[in-house]
Design a binder for this molecule. Sequence first.
Ligand code: ZN
Length: 200
Amino acid sequence: MSFSLPDLPYPHDALAPYMSRETLEYHHDKHHQAYVTNLNNLIKGTEWEGKSLEEVVKGSFGKNAGVFNNAGQDLNHNHFWKWMKPGGGGDKIPGNLEKKIAADLGSIAKMKEDFVQAGVTQFGSGWCWLAVKDGKITVMKTANGENPLVHGGTPILGCDVWEHSYYIDYRNRRPDYLKAFVDHLVNWDYVAELYGAAAK
Ligand code: ZN
């Protein structure tokens, strides 16, 4: 059994103008596909073959950079497509999650500000996150293909700040991309679903 590229949960032009068809054609169809292809080639005939993607990510961290980078990016992107939806973003956050964010991070506005700031200040390629760690929702940032899972957290929202995610639409304006992500793209229902599972 090998890993495969999931379909986008919406048409390629559904997130425009905040994320264009061209970006999704490159980012999903080419970049994500390449991580999947590389991962399948790298694990063929190894101890990782037949393991779940999360097991490969956790088990290869610090041990096999090639496997880890591609597995991490495959996992991150599988969620990333579902962390967005047409007409997403804004302040309509399901009740339990909204209360927990306000309790742990101050307010919804402060959470968004800290999340964007984490993405802006991630030097080079990487991701910014909301994760559940030690029972609390926290803002994190990681480099390259890393994920809060390998730092003791469970991710519930992540935004890709690799240039391949925003350069076509925003050029060097990473802050504008991150602001559009939180204001117009986040699928808070999916974040709430992951929070519900992580809080159990
Ligand atoms: Zn990406």
